[in-house]
Design a protein around this ligand. Structure first.
Ligand code: ACO
Length: 341
């Protein structure tokens, strides 16, 4: 039983905000942001667009791509989805209804169970493994829609230059299908292996502290600042380099692969310097890593599926290519997958 990625989709808001645009509002510069992060711009949702709107647009793109491939109608593809799993740290609502339920309704995925997973920027990586587990246990279901979607601009303190330059909005997704293809040896297809992990002891390094059950907003209290991302940038940087290198090493060893067996590494797009440090430590050429952070900045759980969709649309992925995805994020969480395209 194989769990193949059959289609991808993505969506970003049209409003592109460059580093120079930000430099007009806060004390920063294009040169600083590029040199320290590799970021050139980010796309920011308008006030009428919430996370599920971006998730839905990405999902519709993936459904249309699969319908084109198989000759099914878009309605039939939507109805064939058995599970929707979305990862987001910026859901439309605090807790419920989930983004997945909102997408399920709007997409017409009337036969899908729907839930969100909470693993911050590693959420899409976790979502792929959760989806494969659900599909393997449910004989009657053959497809799952796995989404990463964020409107991080809503969780950004736009007066804090050390964080606000880093983030952007967007959504990406894949449709996974259970098939009879082999999962090892020649002709292997789909999700081969995942490595998932967490270091909850690092929770303070990346935290959205206020507005939850530990620090709820109280009636009558003045909310001076909306909830926002608090980050110890140096601690996250060190964790990220360690998480990326360790996860890549574990995935390659478990599959008895060398780096030459991997067509492309798709890392979470948090900071180009994190990827450069990991590539140096692992002696893997930087060219093996796909980066589009310059255009989109850090879109958390959406960054890996947005990158996958770009690679797919540009024709960079061929059947049989091994794609290694690796992510890290709040929690702290980390993980990676190897998928044969
Ligand atoms: N523009 C200009 N100067 C700035 C800016 C800015 N936007 N931000 C910080 N600075 C200044 C600081 O004030 C500091 O000045 P000082 O030396 O006078 O005190 C100087 O630049 C250096 O600041 P550092 O924080 O040491 O800069 P560093 O090189 O470490 O880069 C960064 C900071 C980019 C945040 C880095 O630590 C990093 O990438 N960390 C990991 C972040 C990450 O991956 N987060 C995960 C994302 S969270 C999620 O995905 C939901």
């Amino acid at each position: 039983m194989a769990f193949e990625i059959r289609a991808t989709g993505s969506a970003v808001p049209p409003n592109k905000v460059t580093n120079d645009d930000l430099a007009e509002r806060i004390d920063t510069s294009d040169a600083w942001i590029r040199e320290h992060t590799g970021i050139g711009a980010r796309h920011i949702a308008d006030e009428n667009t919430a996370t599920s709107d971006l998730a839905l647009e990405a999902a519709r793109n993936a459904v249309a791509a699969l319908a084109k491939k198989t000759g099914e109608s878009a309605e039939a593809v939507a109805a064939s989805i058995g599970f929707i799993i979305t990862s987001s740290v910026t859901p439309d609502y605090n807790g419920f209804p989930s983004v997945s339920c909102l997408v399920q309704d709007a997409l017409g995925a009337k036969n899908a169970a729907a839930m969100d997973v909470c693993a911050a920027c590693s959420g899409f990586i976790y979502g792929l493994e959760v989806a494969a587990g659900l599909l393997s246990r449910n004989a009657g279901q053959k497809r799952a829609l796995i989404i990463g979607a964020e409107t991080l601009s809503r969780l950004t303190d736009w007066e804090d230059r050390s964080t606000c330059v880093l983030f952007g909005d967007g959504a990406g997704c894949v449709i996974m299908e259970k098939t009879d293809a082999p999962v090892s040896g020649d002709g292997a297809r789909g999700l081969l292996r995942s490595v998932l992990g967490a270091e909850g002891s690092g929770k303070e390094a990346l935290i959205n502290r206020r507005g939850g059950s530990r620090e709820p907003y109280k009636k009558g209290a003045v909310v001076e600042r909306p909830p926002s991302i608090e980050m110890d940038g140096r601690a996250v940087y060190n964790f990220a380099v360690r998480a990326i290198t360790g996860t890549i090493e574990k995935l390659l060893a478990a599959e008895h692969f060398t780096i030459d067996d991997i067509a492309v590494i798709v890392p979470h797009q948090a900071n180009a310097r994190i990827v450069q440090a990991a590539s140096k430590r692992l002696h893997i050429p930087e060219s093996k890593f796909f980066l589009n952070i310059e255009e989109y900045a850090n879109t958390s759980a959406a960054s890996i599926p947005i990158a996958l969709d770009e690679l797919e649309r540009k024709g960079c992925l061929s059947p049989g290519n091994a794609v290694l995805m690796v992510g890290f994020g709040g929690g702290l969480t980390y993980g990676g997958n190897i998928v044969i395209w």
